[in-house]
Design a protein. Structure first.
Length: 86
């Protein structure tokens, strides 16, 4: 399977501070899904054969989303510092 294009370029937001909180929960869910895929021993052999690829792609998406979360948090912190300084 061909890897996804640069997710960091595909997944971005003009105003990341608006999405930071909700995306953090999405990242948490994606990571939990990847862990469950690795721990799953009851699925068919087809899934087990592709588990590492599926987990790798899921974590790549989570990492790209986490980039938006990080930028959003940084923007919120700067905004708060400006308010505190005023």
């Amino acid at each position: 399977m061909k890897p996804l294009a640069s997710l960091e370029r595909l997944i971005k937001a003009d105003e990341p501070e608006i999405y930071a909180e909700s995306l953090s929960y999405t990242v948490e869910a994606l990571i939990a899904t990847a862990r469950l895929a690795l721990d799953n021993e009851t699925s068919g052999s087809e899934l087990r054969d592709h588990a590492s690829y599926v987990v790798e792609e899921t974590l790549a998406v989570a990492q790209a989303l986490l980039g938006v979360v990080s930028v959003g948090i940084e923007d919120l912190q700067r905004e708060q510092r400006r308010k505190d300084a005023a």
